[in-house]
Design a protein around this ligand. Structure first.
Ligand code: HEC
Length: 167
């Protein structure tokens, strides 16, 4: 009985490892949809570092963690719903997304990390900034995924900020 249980456990662990080796959550979606081999080409694309904000680069959990941080550190100027204030730009909507279109998440992360909150720049940790960034992405309706945002700027620079959903 216990051996059986262990075997099942190992089996599940093996599947998990294979899953990680295969990579991005899209692959399982493609397979589930019967896409079959197309996952091979997808994987090559991913290896080229062509990830964008449309690929589920943060988690819903992380965005939830970021929301109270945003309220505490950013909302006084950027508004309770990121809509912007008298002097401060909106962090949601087309003005914001087109402003960052073609840049990377690393650029946006650095902008926040170095120059914000404007009344105490650089005071938040990388983790806090990443969580707030997840909240900003969620507010702009970019899809959540299964992996949290990295805390390293170099890694975030590999994720392109693309305002419009690729067709
Ligand atoms: C004291 C007011 C104030 C606070 C607090 C504040 N900001 Fe700002 N923020 C501004 C102003 C004003 C600008 C535009 C001027 C500038 O570039 O500094 C700005 C610009 C930005 C930009 C650039 C927007 C764009 O599209 O170019 C981002 C991103 C940003 N803030 C994020 C944040 C985040 C995240 C927080 C909370 C951690 C925060 N800000 C807190 C006042 C503030």
């Amino acid at each position: 009985m216990s051996i059986n249980f262990r075997a099942t456990h190992l089996f599940l662990a093996a599947i998990a490892v294979i899953g990680v080796a295969i990579g991005e959550p899209e692959h399982s979606a493609v397979r589930a949809a019967g896409g079959g081999r197309r996952s091979d080409t997808q994987q090559t694309q991913k290896a080229d570092g062509s990830r964008s904000v449309w690929d589920g680069v943060y988690t819903a959990e992380q965005a939830k963690r970021g929301a109270p941080l945003y309220t505490q550190y950013c909302a006084s100027c950027h508004g309770p719903s990121l809509e912007g204030g008298e002097m401060s730009p909106a962090l949601v909507g087309l003005d914001f997304t087109s402003n960052w279109n073609g840049l990377t998440l690393g650029d946006l992360f650095e902008r926040m990390r170095v120059s914000m909150p404007q009344n105490d720049p650089g005071s938040l940790s990388r983790q806090q900034n990443a969580d707030i960034l997840a909240c900003v992405l969620s507010s702009n309706k970019f899809p959540a995924g299964t992996t949290e945002l990295a805390l390293k700027t170099e890694v975030l620079k590999e994720i392109r900020f693309v305002a419009f959903k690729p067709q």
